[in-house]
Design a protein. Structure first.
Length: 87
């Protein structure tokens, strides 16, 4: 993927590339427009960049405990699905 092609990609294509080709764990939270619509808060350009960096820092602090929880939930769901599929 060259840098110019990123400008032509949809957001979901970039996320899919990062998740599956680059093996990155990407959290998808509200977009800037969603904060404006859903929470009635409009960020300036600088505020938005600062807020995204802040959220990344908070997410990083909780990443391992959240990932462990997700692994356990996933294993439980797989186990349950296997049991239900056998019936």
């Amino acid at each position: 993927m060259d840098n110019n092609s990123i400008d032509k990609m949809e957001t979901w294509e970039i996320l899919t590339y990062l998740r599956f080709k680059r093996s990155q764990h990407i959290l998808l939270n509200f977009s800037r427009d969603m904060y404006s619509t859903e929470l009635n808060y409009t960020f300036s350009e600088d505020e938005w960049m600062d807020f995204v960096m802040y959220c990344d820092g908070v997410d990083n602090q909780a990443m391992f405990s959240r990932a462990e929880k997700y692994i356990n939930q996933w294993k439980g769901d797989c186990l349950l699905n296997n049991v239900l599929d056998k019936d």
